[in-house]
Design a protein around this ligand. Structure first.
Ligand SMILES: [Zn+2]
Length: 267
């Protein structure tokens, strides 16, 4: 699933081609993709609205319009790209926006788990999301961790605690910070919290520089792959030697998610 760095990469690449575009129509090719509305009910609302800003919140891609917001959640296999063709350039197009200059923002989604919705405000989205990990000052993380007894890896995955971190960057960050994924969040010392906060910010920033990780469906809007996966230390590397101590990397389940870590380096 695309995490913060992947969605941010998509946002950065699409921003120049979407900002100030005027929406002419929305076309829905898979009904469930559009939640809370239908093509018929949403078309008149969107028609003529201008995209003011191309934003991201957590793993959500957000188009700020004159009077509301179109929110995209890519989930497992959602892709976004601009095309001269309203039907897009692949077989899995679920929804498209047509602009007055006859270009189209295509939402393609092989697995169909992705969702798009329109809202007058971002209030509902904000109430379910925690702070942005790249914006939260590192000295404030300890206070967050100290209020929770949940396993630290589960904490990092919980979007209402911190928005945008998924399985990849939680494993990579915990490894860098040398913290065991099953530690209760409130057991972290102030020094460990600081180390983890810095590790998360560093992993996310570096992954944005590498334009995200292509391990399954993720592609940049121009169709090319990200480079972040080439720099993974532990994610998906169960059974291989730890790059620091050489011992075999372990695997466990946290929040039903496969978690790879080094039992020797991470305490
Ligand atoms: Zn190790």
């Amino acid at each position: 699933m695309p995490e913060l760095p992947e969605v941010e990469t998509i946002r950065r690449q699409l921003e120049p081609s979407l900002t100030h575009k005027t929406i002419q129509e929305i076309r829905v090719f898979w009904e469930k993709t559009l939640s809370g509305a239908s093509q018929a009910s949403l078309s008149p609302v969107l028609q003529g609205q201008v995209i003011r800003r191309v934003r991201r919140r957590g793993k959500y891609f957000v188009l700020e319009l004159d009077r509301g917001f179109l929110v995209y959640h890519l989930r497992m296999s959602g892709r976004l790209y601009v095309s001269p063709d309203a039907m897009g350039e692949d077989r899995w197009v679920r929804l498209s926006l047509t602009f007055s200059d006859q270009t189209h923002l295509i939402f393609s989604d092989t697995r169909k788990f992705g969702r798009v919705y329109y809202d007058d405000s971002l209030h509902d989205l904000e109430t379910k999301l925690g702070p942005e990990p790249l914006k939260l000052p590192v000295e404030q993380w300890h206070e967050l961790f100290a209020r929770s007894k949940t396993k630290i890896k589960a904490f990092l995955l919980n979007q209402s605690k911190l928005a945008g971190i998924g399985n990849i960057y939680s494993d990579e960050s915990l490894f860098q910070a040398e913290i065991h994924p099953a530690r209760p969040a409130d057991s972290l010392t102030e020094e460990e919290s600081l180390r983890l906060a810095k590790a998360v910010q560093e992993r996310l920033s570096t992954a944005i520089q590498h334009e995200g990780a292509t391990i399954s469906w993720y592609r940049k809007p121009d169709g090319s792959q990200g480079e972040s996966q080439k720099h993974f230390k532990v994610y998906g590397k169960y059974g291989r030697p730890c790059p620091v101590c050489g011992k075999e990397l372990c695997r466990t389940l946290v929040s039903q998610r496969t978690t790879t870590f080094c039992s020797h380096c991470q305490k």
